[in-house]
Design a binder for this molecule. Structure first.
Ligand code: FES
Length: 233
């Protein structure tokens, strides 16, 4: 006699052997394809283990130039171009902003001095762009002396007129043209400036008269305004 657990399985096997095949198919959970039915997809690899046949994608391609796909391409190219141009503009702008002078540097670019505060016959030294600038309020005697010099005898021939905008105001960079020391005012053999580093003597117009310096003291960019203000730079 069969054990109790295997009895239902044996009964099911016996019943299925007696049922017709179609009835078994009807109770199956997966519907079977009828004998004549076929798929609408035609595989290029059907029935061939190896093939070089390329699938036909023609129905996905644009039908004519300027069709839907071309419009999409133009849109994408245009959009990417606009994004690239915006990025390039931003990069260049950042670069230029970083390279331009900062506010404190711009503030130092020009220096304003009230000339009415400088008495006649006195020197004032100001700092401009990290360099000393000599301002001399010259007396009439000093102006006459500067004009009495024979220009052709000078190492660096310049008339006093070429070096000043107003005769009473002499404005020069206080940097020796030999090796860059700062000369001392109201000193030297010519009553102007003397550079103690190697012994250069400048006259009351700042012209080199003796010593190794090759050039006159440099005149910076400046202007004197109507309200007697000196703007250097
Ligand atoms: S640096 Fe002035 S004389 Fe040499």
């Amino acid at each position: 006699m069969a054990p109790l657990q295997t009895l239902p399985r044996a009964l099911a096997r016996a019943a299925s052997s007696r049922l017709p095949t179609q009835a078994v198919r009807a109770v199956s959970s997966t519907p079977a394809l009828s004998a004549g039915a076929s798929s609408s997809f035609e595989s290029p690899f059907k029935g061939e283990s190896k093939t070089t046949k390329v699938p036909d994608f023609s129905k996905y391609m644009a039908k004519a130039p300027g069709g839907k796909n071309a419009l999409y391409s133009y849109f994408m190219v245009g959009t990417m171009g606009a994004i690239t141009a915006a990025g390039a503009k931003s990069t260049i702008q950042e670069f230029l902003v970083n390279m331009s002078a900062s506010a404190d540097v711009l503030a130092m670019a020009k220096v304003e001095v009230d000339l009415s505060a400088i008495p006649e016959g006195k020197n004032v030294i100001i700092k401009w762009r990290g360099k000393p600038v000599f301002i001399r309020h010259r007396t009439q005697a000093e102006i006459d002396e500067a004009n009495s010099v024979n220009v052709s005898s000078l190492r660096h021939p310049e008339t006093d007129e070429q070096r000043v905008k107003q005769p009473e105001w002499l404005v020069m960079l206080g940097v020796c043209t030999h090796l860059g020391c700062v000369p001392i005012g109201e000193a030297g053999d010519f009553g102007g400036w003397f550079c103690p580093c190697h012994g250069s003597h400048y006259d009351i117009s700042g012209r080199i008269r003796k010593g190794p310096a090759p050039l006159n003291l440099e005149i910076p960019e400046y202007e004197i305004t109507e309200d007697n203000k000196l703007v250097v730079g």
